[in-house]
Design a protein. Sequence first.
Lengths: 883, 117
Amino acid sequence: MSYSLREAWNRVRSFFRSEELDHEVQQEMASHLEMAVEENLRHGMSREEARRQALVRFGGVEQALEQHRESRALPWVDILRQDLRFTFRMLRRDSGFAAIAVLILALGIGANIAVFSVVNTILLRPLPFRDPQQLLRIVEKDPKAGESSKTYSADATEDFEQQNRSFQSVSGYFAFTGPDNFKLVGNGQPTPVTGILVAKGFFETLGVEASLGRLFRSEEFLKHAQPVALLSYPFWKRRLGGDPSIVGKTINLSSTSVDVIGVLPDTFDFGSVFSPGAKVDLFVPYIMDDFRDDGNDLALVGRLNRGVTLAQAQREADQLWPQLYFEHKHPEYGKGYTGQVTELKEYVTGKLRRSLIVLWCAVGLILLIVCVNLSNLLLARAAARSKEFAMRRALGARRGRLVRQLLTESLVLAAAGGVVGLGLAYLILSYLAHQGSIALPLLAMVRVDGTVLEWTLLIAVGTAVLFGAAPGLRMSAGNLQEVLKDSGPGVTEGRKHDRMRSTLVITEIALACVLLVGAGLLLRSFLRVLDVDLGFEPSQAAAISVDYDDGGNAAKRAAIWNEVTSRSLMIPGVESAGISDNLPMSRNRSWGIAAKGEQKLDANSFVPVFVYIVSPGYLKAMGMRLMGGRDLTWDDVSSNRSVVIINETVARKLWPGQDPIGRTAVAGGMDAEVIGVIADVRETGAEDAAGAQMYLPATKQFGPEGANLVVRSKLPPATLETSVMHTLRQINPGQPATEFKPIQGLVDHATSPRRFFVLLVGTFAGLGLLLASLGIYGVISYSVTRQTQEIGIRMALGATQSWVQFDVMWKTLRLALIGVAVGISASLVVARLIASLLFQTAPTDPLTLAGMVALLGMVALLAGYLPARRASKINPMIALRTN
Amino acid sequence: MGQSKLDLLQGTLDVMVLQTLEVLGPLHGYGVARRIEQVSGNQVLLNQGTIYASLVRLQQRGWITAKWGTSDNNRKAKFYSITKVGQKQLVKDAAYWQRLAGVMGRVLAMQGEGGKP
């Protein structure tokens, strides 16, 4: 079929040479006619007759030219151009309608683009690593004790790396890095930075390459190697001004000279994959020999060998891990890990799938409502334009041509809505991408990309067809006579139109109802989450990371801690102050605790327990509740007394039904006397049950990991910040300018995914409600306008104002009731689908259902009230006279 | 004229044009139109202007070429001639129309078994 290809090509070429070709064929036709005239003259006709005959035989010159154009070029483009010109003229004339339509579309499409981008980034797009499907995360099978049981010891990691056959490489990172764990000393004040310790081959395993300089070499993972660091791209750009010659320079990191060996690429964002919401400034080698005694602290990632399946890797993990020792130096600590391999992508985002799909559906509903609303608007216009279309059909326009014209109008509207929506989505996304406070993985990588643009195109066209088709077909279908008759003066318009519009409004109300109920249930769950007894009082407390140098001396550290807390207490407005190495809902680590008794202890006697090394006063500063016994004292610390405070969960597990105070526990490998019991603290998040917890004094026996000073005060943290910082600087001039963070921030961070979803679904529901009320208003208002005369007559015959008003309101209410009835039935199905996202809220929660129905009803009545009032104000004399 | 003229079937004009050019050699639009009228014995309903749409279509498909020239009575005109590809196409099309005409003839000549209807 090579000729059709050639023809197509020639048609395109001709399209652009239109004028030239027109000119040529006109010349041809002119000479054609002259030849015909000559021939006729030869046959003896008069000049005039010869010309007339020639023209008759030729047919219409214009038609011939038009045919010529049609068969040589792209007639549909010409039609499109006509349609577009006409559409723009129409929309300009009716600019109010155009503006509202574009606005509604922009909201619907914009919301869809934004949500799609988030879904695309988190769920659909592969992780930004080389061959990401080969990357697995390895964790213990029953990660009861928080991060500690999702990690492995240095020895076990090395053994696994050497013995396995499934992985090309296995590496990991130190899982217990708190924010601001280093201080960068340059010119001026020391600044806090966050550095992650990564094991050998970490970047190679992920397939990340340095954008400047090089990655770590294996000798840099040996003890006493020259300290080196890799910088994250944003840190290099922001803090070091993107210095192109940074590689090879030395920086002062927590009093150590560290060589910068490279900068990682912009595309590598450690935080967004491994620790949502965290910003990471640099990476340093995790030197195995320094951590062999420290227990489990490596979070492992492996890259599968080509051709090895997940199941095979799992089988090997099940075989290998149980045989690996915790620590080579102490075989008596025993052996026996478990290993669960999960695709890294699944591990990072799997839990969010359902929430995101719900979000996606919600925003899809919004688009449906938008379509229904626009269909309605177009139908109203259709009524006004029906005469125009009847006239055009009477003049010979084909039906297809009219539908095409109407679809062009819809497409133009949708395109405009799409463009504005894209702008809107862009704003929303740039905002979201910079929200470090939302703990959603990969969110920082969200952006408008090619896929998003394709999606925009798809939904814009889909929307146009959806909302344009029904009115288009309807408008072009009608019986000519009927339409021309129908739109005559004094005749109430056919009921068919009315029924279709009412159906659309009912659909809209039902959809909005589903959205509202869904949002209501999620909102109620969120409120329940906020209501949870956390075990501490996050309000009116704030924390700051304290820097000090104790030279590894416990007594010196105790003195520093004492000085920091006691001087903090002297700051006006401070009610209590205390220090802990870890704060709830941030990082955690766990050890084991057992009850010391008659029997010999074995590995099974130990309960995994979150451990906090704290100062006296910390419990009070956090607002934790002591249920029995006492708090730590400075005397416990200074006399190196081995004491422990446990939470109720530990008490229940180790000494069920007995008073634990005064008993001896084995905690962190030491015998310790239980001196207090506190109420359970929600450790990992407001929605997760509290685990076992214990609080130990910072004595010789128990080493803390850094220190956070917690201060409780009625003053807002911002006003306290200066005086607290001043105090800390007096004690240690090297104290970096770390942030004074409200404890509430930790809770907010932990609840941020839920807040994010509630906020979005809630916004969509609000939008749906608004659109539905617009729809109701439109339909009722239109019917009142149309029935002005009828109402006038009824009022002239004695109908009272309130009766007219009631009549209109009743009509509204009927629509709303049917819509709500349909909507509630659909909602009950939907609610069951989202049941797993709810927190302490039944999918059939009557309060939510009733509340949402009441809200919808009220809005519907309000939307109906305005036209109803207008109807009741109709003056029968004027209404009748205009007839 | 007792009978009304024949409406041209879709695609037939193109074949007529090709055949005319094949037999008569290079010809301008007016010539083609006149020849078809004459050969058909003025039986086809042809607005002569229609010929130009057909000519440009055939040209764009590469079956004919066009060149400006001078007519017998010294008038500037575009002369069309058939190409190699066009000749091949004509053979195909002619065979098709002949088969169709044959089949139509046979079908219409069919007699009911019980004699005349």
